[in-house]
Design a binder for this molecule. Structure first.
Ligand code: ZN
Length: 336
């Protein structure tokens, strides 16, 4: 019987069971190119079908059909920008209207390509348009959190074989985000240091779980990874925005994304994956300073190669057959 181990994730405060014999939980054939719909409405020439753009980037070097990346309101939005909050109590229960925003970012005019097959400049162009939208949405004081997520492949919830992300602005801070930030604030009160900065230092010191790095970012498989080959991309310098030299920082971010995604595609045979940007809440009032001292923005990439179980969803218990040291070692050795 393989030995395995339990490990605790200090960021989410969850325990993860590493059980190498559970390798049968890995799903073969998860593919980023397998999507729910065959038709691609995000190609140039079909812009009329998605409605008017909120923002578009049209760098002539990378554009086709007059744009290189574009943002428009989601056709069937989860949340709607025009609503009032209309917060109410019904005895024990609270409700509010669907106030918020829901936008789609089409990251390239190219259909059916993997993100790492785009150039660093093309990826940076899409990253910049996402940061520009966040900067604009945070000005609306009704919003408390802006989520940016990407789903590639049907197993990850991807609908179309085209690189796109979704931006949602919420009138509340989502519970899991709140818990993670509160854990960091508690850590800061005890140590007067950011937990994520300390994680970065320890990973650099141990060098067991690093996948790749550049001047401004490090990609590693977290010590208590919930999922096989889960990767966190962390800025090496603490800060809430890419403030010092945004162009160089965005370029470094695009470069490390391209490397990580190329390694995943080559090493795991183009798996479906989710990408989640983890930012600070916005419009936090008197809490803003504590949050920005204690928390550090980062990106999570989760290949969808294992089944989601009731234990994951209901009990927050994760069983992972792959140790992060093994996952990182495997990915490190892949030449992208
Ligand atoms: Zn930090």
């Amino acid at each position: 019987m393989a030995e395995g181990i339990l490990r605790r994730d200090p960021l989410n405060k969850i325990w993860v069971v590493f059980a190498p014999e559970k390798v049968n939980t890995i799903v073969a054939g998860s593919s980023e190119n397998e999507t729910r719909f065959d038709m691609d409405p995000f190609i140039p020439g079909l812009e009329y079908a998605t409605g008017p753009d909120i923002l578009r980037s049209s760098d002539p070097l990378y554009s086709a059909g007059g744009w290189s990346s574009r943002v428009f309101p989601a056709k069937n939005p989860v949340l709607r920008v025009e609503n009032d909050k209309n917060s109410r109590g019904h005895g024990l229960y609270d409700s509010m209207s669907r106030l918020g925003a829901h936008e789609v970012v089409v990251e390239t005019p190219k259909s059916g390509v993997s993100a790492d097959q785009l150039s660093v400049e093309e990826i940076a162009d899409a990253v910049k348009i996402i940061f520009d939208r966040i900067a604009d949405l945070r000005k609306d004081i009704r919003f408390r959190y802006i989520s940016v997520t990407k789903s590639r492949g049907a197993a990850a919830g991807g609908m179309i074989n085209h690189n796109y992300s979704e931006i949602k602005a919420f009138p509340f801070v989502p519970t899991f985000v709140r818990m993670k930030i509160d854990n960091c604030i508690e850590y800061y009160r005890l140590h007067e240091r950011c937990l994520l900065c300390d994680m970065l230092d320890q990973e650099i010191c141990e060098r067991k779980r690093i996948v790749c790095e550049n001047d401004r970012f490090m990609a590693f498989c977290p010590y208590a990874s919930r999922f096989p080959f889960e990767i966190m991309v962390l800025p090496k310098k603490h800060g809430r925005i890419l403030s010092e030299n945004p162009k160089a920082a965005i370029s470094d971010f695009a470069r490390i994304l391209k490397t990580v995604l190329a390694k995943l595609r080559t090493g795991l045979n183009s798996p479906a994956y989710n990408m989640v940007f983890n930012y600070l809440p916005v419009n936090s009032g008197s809490e803003a300073e504590a949050e920005s001292l204690a928390y550090h923005w980062h990106l999570e990439i989760i290949p969808r190669i294992s089944v989601i179980t009731a234990d994951n969803l209901e009990n927050g218990i994760f069983v992972n057959p792959t140790l992060p040291e093994d996952a990182a070692g495997f990915l490190r050795n892949i030449m992208e």
